[in-house]
Design a binder for this molecule. Structure first.
Ligand code: 5RP
Length: 217
């Protein structure tokens, strides 16, 4: 099992505090996420600035595409995003438009964020388009009410990995919870507030990274 990446989700309203956290945590982090809130408040320029400051990191534009897939993906990729997010309940037409755009740009990727649920027809369809990345976000709304990671969910994740998906896990994820996924080939752990709002983002990110290494090697 290869070592999961660590993604820092930057969801602060203001760009300067997000960038400050990213600067501090950068050596521990593989993926810099321009979170939905940050992107809405600051526009796609936040992606451009993030990639300019962190050219060696993967930069994700978490713009949660639901419509206008081609136009939004183009905008994100042309602004420097390496990855872009699309919601699982976007239409096939929208998802295909994003895939078309990422092929046009080369060396880009898309993460499908599972919204409420999914069907095996959808997962088969996404795989048929060549999509590999899925985000499993605990909770439907932004984690005010955290739901525990149950054995059923862990099992579901294993099944998704078995059919070839690279899984990103998120939603109020704590360092202590990483070990719950020891039998799942997680591609990426995403942590936001616990790093970005910490008094020491470097140390907070280091704790995630060390736990990932301890659990996954
Ligand atoms: C919010 C998100 C967040 O970016 C993601 O859940 C990580 O943030 P946190 O660790 O603060 O929950 O997608 O919708």
């Amino acid at each position: 099992m290869s070592r999961p990446k660590l993604q820092l989700a930057l969801d602060n309203h203001d760009l300067s505090s997000s960038l400050a956290a990213a600067q501090k945590a950068q050596l521990q982090v593989d993926v810099m996420e321009v979170g939905t809130i940050l992107a809405v408040e600051n526009g796609i320029n936040a992606v451009h600035i993030m990639k300019s400051l962190f050219p060696d990191h993967i930069v994700l534009a978490d713009i949660r595409i639901i419509k206008a897939g081609g136009k939004l993906a183009k905008l994100a990729f042309e602004s420097g995003a390496d990855w872009v997010t699309v919601m699982s309940d976007a239409s096939n037409e929208t998802i295909e438009a994003v895939v078309k755009e990422l092929k046009l740009h080369g060396n880009k990727d898309v993460q499908i964020e599972i919204n409420q649920s999914f069907t095996s027809e959808q997962t088969e369809y996404w795989r048929s388009l060549g999509i590999t990345q899925l985000i499993y976000h605990r909770s439907n709304e932004v984690v005010e009410k955290e739901v525990k990671w149950s054995p059923e969910v862990i099992n579901e994740l294993k099944n998704l990995a078995d059919i070839g998906f690279q899984l990103s896990i998120t939603g109020g994820l704590s360092v202590d919870e990483i070990k719950l996924f020891k039998d799942v080939p997680v591609y990426c752990f995403i942590a936001g507030r616990r790093i970005a709002n910490s008094s020491d983002p470097f140390q907070a990110a280091k704790e995630y990274k060390e736990e990932i290494i301890r659990v996954f090697g």
